[in-house]
Every structure is written in structure tokens, then in C-alpha cells.
Design a protein around this ligand. Structure first.
Ligand SMILES: [Zn+2]
Length: 413
């Protein structure tokens, strides 16, 4: 007889599975196979994501001394082959760039990449950007968080600037030794590739016209096995699917294992775009991003009205479920749904003692008992909502969350 074992399932997809790659597709096939093993069925729904065909890159100091630089280029940010001046723009705000009119012969080193910094550098025609990453003592690029990823589309609206991560150690050395000229090369062909969501649906027995989505992304970053982030959330969605296959819900449920979340929530956005015709029926979103760590605490993310916060807090009290509450927009697949007015609850569990987005996101910090606890609680809370006579809250977002969403999706610029 089939028995679902969530931690084993986590292990089965705990390999690097960057959105749009063959490894991500392999993880999607494993997810689909598991839904079939438990007597359900699912489909792969494809969508397009930006990607580059990488050819080569190099960066080195050429004057007044010579030094090779360890940099990792972003995808989809154009090409370059130039000798450039170098400058360090500490916070990359106007104050750091007083009197500068043009940076078309300069590579700019910055500490943090954000839309305001990028916009400013686009205005000044910066030739290239180096973003400092990691701690000076990190031994590998993986530990320093220097992974390939596409430049954000939102940024590219301002300009296509070849952008690289540079290791903190080398950025420090380069400035300490007074580097003046760099040679920077990047050769790649920018284009697109295919990613996919895995989607299963259970028709509601009494109110099939009202829909609830259960989301969790299954992709990871280039060098990250992504066990905690987010094989565990994928395993939670699977556990919930398993439960509702046996306990038919009154409302219709869509289980969405989202692809390419790490590159800008592209899977959940893709699902919404593809299913625009039923979006008015989607009334609630439960999202799972990182669960099952042995050390805690549990987290509950609430995106919606005060009424929704009260519902979630009361339900936790009733169940004796100890959790830390976070209110507002959750940077995960529930956000594009919130943007369509769909109230969201995210159930997760986390510890400061572990890390994500690096090669250290392994099975070590995870526990079967804790993952099952997260899934059991989710099943209770989701049952309460999906089977309620009237949903606990209506669709729609309060003004403060709408503002937060504008900021999150960078529409306030
Ligand atoms: Zn995640």
C-alpha cells in the first residue's frame, strides 16, 4: 500500500533545479509521478522564462597592477568587451555620484543591487556593474551566493547593463590596492527558455465554483540543492494533496507546484496569466515556502485584512499551534495572487541556524516530525477554510496592503 513519506519526497528533489533547466524539468516529473503514485493526477503547464546562452566571460585589473577577478555574470544583460575605468559607488545614491555626468567608460562597483541604484546607473550610461557578494572569507562562489541568474525584466526597462557579482574578498583587494583600469568581457546570447508548473485539481463536492489555490515553488537556484527552500514546501503541498484526495473538499482546490519562483515568481504569475478566465473564482491562497526544520519557530504569513489576521491567530490558539505572525506581502508565490485581491496565508517554519540559496541548503536541518507537524496543521486550517459554509474573509485587499503590493512589484517608481 502507498504511504506518503514527506521527508523522503524532499530528498527525491533536493538537487539544484534552476528554473528553466533540464534539472527543474526532472524535479517536475518527480512531482507528477508522486501525484500519480498516490492515486491522483497532474499536468505540466509550460511558460516562457528569460535565459541566456552563455559563451564566455572574464574580468581582470590591468592598471596600475594586474589581477584576475572572480566574477559571475548575470544572464540576459547584454555583452561587453572593453577596458574600463573603475569606481566604487558606496550606496549608489546621488550623493555617491556628485558631479558625474557619464559612466559609459566605467565599471561601477556597488554593495547592493536595487531598482533605484540600477535606474541611476542607467541614467549615467554605466558600462558595467559589479555587485559585491558574500563575506571576504567565503571560500566558494556558492557560499558567497554568487549564482547565475537573469537580470530582472523590470530593471532592463531602463537599460541593458552587463552586470556581474564580484566576491567581497576581491572587491576589497581591488580597492585596497588602488585599481584604476579593468578589462571586462561577457559573451552570451540573450533569449528565453521553458519552465513549467505542475498542477493538480480536485473538484469541490458542494461549491465547485469557488476555488482555493495551494501553492509552493519547487525550483531552486543554480548551486543550491534547495532542500529547505523549497523542496519542503513542495512536500507540504504534496501532503495536503494526498489528504484532500482522501477527504474531498467542498470547494475546488488547485495544487500548484510553481516553477521559476526564484527568478521573480514567474510560475505563479504564469499560472494566473494562463487561468485568467477563472481568477474571479479564486478566493483564497495557501502558500508553502520553507517548512520542516528541526529548529523553529513556525511562521504564519498573513496577506489580507485585519479580519484574516484575527482568523489565523484564533485558529492557531484553538489548535495550540505556536507560531510567529508576519503580516503584509510575503515575497513568495502568494504575492501575485494577493495582487489579484486573493487573501493569502503562508505556513512555514524556519531557523536562523541554517541558510538558503547556497550549497548549504541541504537535508541536515530538516526533520520528519516537524515537517509532518506543519502538514497536519495545514490540513486542519485548509479544511476549515475550504469546507466552511461561508469563507472567513471576502476577496480584496485593504489599502495598506495594496500600497505594499505597488512597492513590492515596483509600480511606485
Ligand atoms: Zn523559496
Amino acid at each position: 500500500m502507498y504511504v506518503y513519506e514527506p521527508l523522503k519526497f524532499v530528498e527525491s528533489i533536493a538537487f539544484p533545479r534552476f528554473g528553466g533547466t533540464a534539472e527543474e524539468k526532472r524535479a517536475a516529473e518527480i512531482i507528477k509521478a508522486e501525484t500519480e503514485k498516490m492515486g491522483g493526477c497532474s499536468v505540466l503547464e509550460e511558460f516562457t522564462v528569460p535565459a541566456s546562452e552563455y559563451k564566455s566571460h572574464c574580468a581582470k585589473v590591468i592598471a596600475p597592477f594586474e589581477m584576475d577577478l572572480n566574477v559571475v555574470p548575470f544572464q540576459c544583460c547584454g555583452t561587453i568587451n572593453k577596458d574600463l575605468k573603475v569606481m566604487y559607488a558606496e550606496r549608489c545614491v546621488e550623493m555617491d555620484l556628485i558631479g558625474i555626468k557619464d559612466l559609459s567608460d566605467t565599471v561601477v562597483i556597488i554593495n547592493q543591487l536595487n531598482i533605484d541604484a540600477y535606474k541611476l546607473l542607467a541614467k549615467l550610461n554605466a558600462a558595467a556593474i559589479f555587485v559585491v557578494m558574500g563575506k571576504y572569507y567565503h571560500e566558494t562562489n556558492a557560499d558567497a551566493g554568487m549564482y547565475e541568474r537573469p537580470a530582472r525584466e523590470k530593471y532592463l526597462e531602463y537599460a541593458t547593463i552587463p552586470t556581474f557579482f564580484i566576491h567581497a574578498r576581491e572587491a576589497t583587494d581591488l580597492l585596497r590596492n588602488g585599481a584604476e583600469m579593468l578589462h571586462v568581457e561577457l559573451d552570451q546570447v540573450d533569449g528565453t527558455t521553458t519552465s513549467q508548473n505542475v498542477v493538480a485539481t480536485i473538484e469541490g463536492t458542494e461549491m465547485p465554483e469557488e476555488h482555493i489555490v495551494v501553492t509552493g515553488h519547487y525550483d531552486s537556484l543554480t548551486l543550491a540543492p534547495g532542500a529547505w527552500d523549497n523542496a519542503t514546501g513542495s512536500a507540504a503541498v504534496m501532503g495536503i494533496y494526498n489528504y484532500f484526495l482522501a477527504n474531498k473538499p467542498k470547494r475546488t482546490m488547485h495544487f500548484i507546484w510553481c516553477g521559476t519562483e526564484e527568478q521573480g515568481l514567474l510560475g505563479s504569475k504564469g499560472w494566473i496569466e494562463k487561468h485568467e478566465d477563472i481568477m474571479d473564482k479564486v478566493k483564497f491562497c495557501f502558500n508553502f515556502d520553507m517548512c520542516g526544520t528541526i529548529l523553529g519557530p513556525n511562521n504564519v504569513f498573513v496577506t489580507g485584512t485585519k479580519e484574516l489576521e484575527d482568523f489565523a491567530e484564533l485558529f492557531c490558539k484553538e489548535q495550540g499551534y505556536s507560531a510567529q505572525f508576519r503580516k503584509g506581502v510575503h515575497s513568495s508565490d502568494s504575492a501575485p495572487f494577493a495582487d489579484k485581491g486573493v487573501p493569502g496565508i503562508g505556513l512555514s517554519r524556519g531557523t536562523q541556524t541554517s541558510e538558503i540559496h547556497t550549497s548549504r541548503d541541504t537535508m541536515f536541518p530538516l526533520g520528519e516530525k516537524q515537517l509532518k507537524m506543519n502538514i497536519d496543521f495545514a490540513n486542519k486550517m485548509i479544511s476549515r477554510v475550504v469546507n466552511s459554509a461561508v469563507l472567513p474573509v471576502e476577496k480584496g485587499m485593504p489599502d495598506n496592503i495594496k500600497k505594499e503590493l505597488d512597492k513590492y512589484f515596483q509600480r511606485d517608481k
